[in-house]
Design a protein around this ligand. Structure first.
Ligand SMILES: [Zn+2]
Length: 248
């Protein structure tokens, strides 16, 4: 078992998003996590859509909030190639949630199975949320085989890769627990952007339900207290310090 961090570009935004006072900007790394399991090759989130290397048109209203820094060669398929992986090798795409910076690379993966919470899939198709560019089905609803789950889910029924619902940022947000030889790791997704966000319980106001998100954050914090390593959703400091070859 191995987790390899892939950086699918970055987004610049107000630092208020990561607990700042809004006077500065923050560069958020956009991760896709490649997970090697004996029975499959998984991605947890797929990063930015390759079109964002040339145009922000597909962001709609979100273009006012996020400025992509996404050069050619950082798209998902190129990142996979750097690790000797072909897009057709990927067996599962597990999504923390369906915002554009978490599922944009889906178009580059031909035939993996999508695993996502049912409530998140439904949220992603609500016309009002699409109109406000909270979701764009063109990012994720591309005809892949899909498994809509409701609650905890053990992907290979061996306890090694488990979806843990962590709602709040979105209605159907989930995190992913991976049992490495070195110990358990939780990919938090946007339940927790950064370590300071957890330390200060500083939750951006625009999420689905901030109190619910804080409950989910506390649940992950208590798992950290029990020895789980947390890998945060957009933590530049932590992300830069990860070994390029991944964690085992
Ligand atoms: Zn995000």
């Amino acid at each position: 078992m191995r987790i390899v961090p892939l950086e699918i570009g970055r987004l610049s935004s107000s630092d208020a998003l990561v607990g700042g006072d809004g006077s500065g900007s923050a560069a958020l790394p956009i991760p896709s996590w490649l997970i090697e399991h004996p029975d499959g090759l998984l991605l947890f989130d797929t990063g930015l859509h390759v079109e964002l290397q040339h145009s922000t048109d597909r962001l709609g209203r979100s273009a006012a909030t996020f400025d992509p820094d996404f050069p050619a060669g950082e798209e998902l398929s190129a990142r996979l190639a750097q690790h000797g992986v072909r897009p057709s090798d990927i067996t599962h795409m597990i999504f923390s949630h369906l915002h554009f910076d978490h599922c944009g690379g889906t178009a580059e993966i031909p035939d993996a199975r999508i695993v996502v919470q049912q409530s998140e899939w439904e949220s992603g198709h609500i016309p009002k949320l699409i109109e406000y560019s909270v979701y764009n089905p063109d990012d994720f609803d591309l005809g892949h085989d899909r498994q809509l789950i409701d609650g905890e889910h053990d992907v290979f029924a061996d306890g090694l890769v488990r979806c843990l619902p962590t709602p709040g940022h979105t209605k159907g947000h989930q995190s992913l627990m991976v049992e490495l030889a070195s110990g358990p790791v939780i990919l938090t997704g946007d339940c927790i952007y950064t370590e300071p966000m957890l330390d200060n319980m500083a939750v951006p106001s625009f999420g689905y339900d901030t109190e619910l998100q804080k409950d989910s954050m506390r649940a992950l914090a208590s798992m950290r207290d029990d020895g789980c390593r947390l890998l945060f959703g957009h933590d530049e400091h932590q992300f830069r310090a990860l070994p390029a070859g991944g964690l085992m």
